[in-house]
Design a protein around this ligand. Structure first.
Ligand SMILES: [Zn+2]
Length: 391
């Protein structure tokens, strides 16, 4: 039998329901309370009106927001790329080829080593307020190594993405077409049972538009839903393809034409921005303001991976988005919660209203704005996932 708990004395509550509180997209309620029963939120409102419950937690005049939804990460890998990062920060530019280093280390690792690594980064992310995460394969690039990555990931999340098309496997360097055949054939058959999504890195040096379309279309036929690494390093067909195939998300979106922005604005495809990647590669920032002003739904995620964005911290990405991508603090917090949920086509997370999953983050600060105002400070002081306090 479940018991009910009220979290009360919340200075600022982010509900992400514009019908509540101040009527903004964040639905901010001051001096608020949330009631949890089992794994669900059952009541949200002003503290003074909260119903009677079995248990009571005093938030001490601090802020509560929905747990972060990190809709883009690459956490099934072995090894790291410290030397590559160090070299790049000393003047070398980033190219897609560095992935091969991680592929070699991942293939050589045991299942236990890969899962221990995955668990370590998940724990790290949870401590920083992430209660839902998506993660991808893409460092195996063989039938066996891709399917085992997905099998391991599926033990820890429902949001698992098949990314056999991360780069052309080094084993197929002379025959990329044969690798596409593998990714859309035997590898897809082995991977589809463990995944919800299919992804492709549509970029010069990875897969072109025609190859990406073939890969995602094959995935759709097997019941996987598309998402795309699109327009990260250069202009290209990725965003238009994402819209054409009704992908849940086009990720990166750094190099966009006006037609790309317009296509996103008139679609159900979310633009997922990953400022950790631009930070870690000293690359040009995506222009979130341009997307938001055009009416595009924007999500904010970490892209946590050992090569181009080795951070599991959503708060860090929020600070970057506000400082360097021209988002307001409210927009960045929305994008890291409700936006991430939209990028995963989920309505049960990313909001704190009756019926939502009881995933909450308590900050050691009176307002969510402090996530950008106090960058680099570990402000997350409590996390509930599915109604259970885990931090
Ligand atoms: Zn990525």
């Amino acid at each position: 039998m479940s018991s009910s708990t009220v979290i009360t004395n919340i200075a600022t509550l982010v509900t992400n329901d514009p019908s509540l509180g101040d009527g903004s997209p964040l639905g901010l309620v001051q001096d608020a309370a949330v009631v949890i029963d089992g794994d669900r939120v059952v009541w949200t409102g002003e503290s003074s009106k909260a119903p009677a419950t079995d248990n009571r937690v005093d938030a001490g005049g601090r802020a509560v927001l929905p747990g972060f939804v990190d809709s883009h990460s690459h956490l099934v890998f072995a090894g790291d790329r410290t030397q590559e990062f160090n070299a790049r920060m000393s003047g070398r530019s980033y190219t897609a080829g560095g992935i091969r280093t991680t592929v070699a280390a991942t293939r050589a690792a045991s299942d236990a080593e890969l899962e221990a690594n995955l668990t370590r980064y998940l724990t790290e992310a949870l401590r920083q307020g992430t209660t839902t995460f998506e993660t991808k394969s893409g460092y195996g690039l063989t039938v066996e190594d891709e399917s085992r990555a997905l099998r391991l990931a599926a033990k820890h999340t429902d949001e698992v993405t098949y990314l056999g098309a991360h780069i052309v496997s080094p084993d197929y360097a002379d025959d990329p077409a044969a690798y596409v055949d593998l990714v859309t054939g035997e590898m897809l058959d082995a991977c589809a049972p463990h995944a919800r999504w299919i992804d492709v890195f549509c970029e010069k040096g990875a897969f072109d538009g025609d190859q990406a379309r073939a890969i995602l279309t094959a995935g759709k036929a097997k019941g996987l839903h598309p998402r795309i690494h699109a327009n990260q390093l250069s202009y290209g067909p990725g965003v238009q393809l994402a819209v054409e195939l009704d992908a849940a998300s086009a990720d990166h979106c750094t190099h966009l034409t006006d037609a790309d922005v317009d296509a996103l604005a008139h679609s159900d495809t979310v633009a997922t921005l990953l400022p950790g990647a631009e930070f870690s590669t000293r690359a040009e920032w995506p222009d979130a303001r341009r997307l938001l002003d055009a009416g595009v739904t924007v999500a904010l995620s970490t892209d946590c991976n050992p090569g181009s964005s080795f951070t599991s911290s959503v708060p860090f990405c929020i600070a970057l988005a506000v400082r360097d991508m021209r988002m307001t603090p409210d927009e960045a917090v929305w994008s890291a919660t409700a936006g991430g949920a939209a990028a995963l086509r989920r309505t049960d997370i990313g909001r704190l209203t009756p019926g939502a999953r009881a995933d909450l983050t308590l900050l050691d600060a009176p307002s969510h704005v402090h996530l950008a105002y106090r960058p680099g400070v570990p402000l997350v002081s409590g996390v509930w996932r599915k109604g259970v306090r885990v931090v």
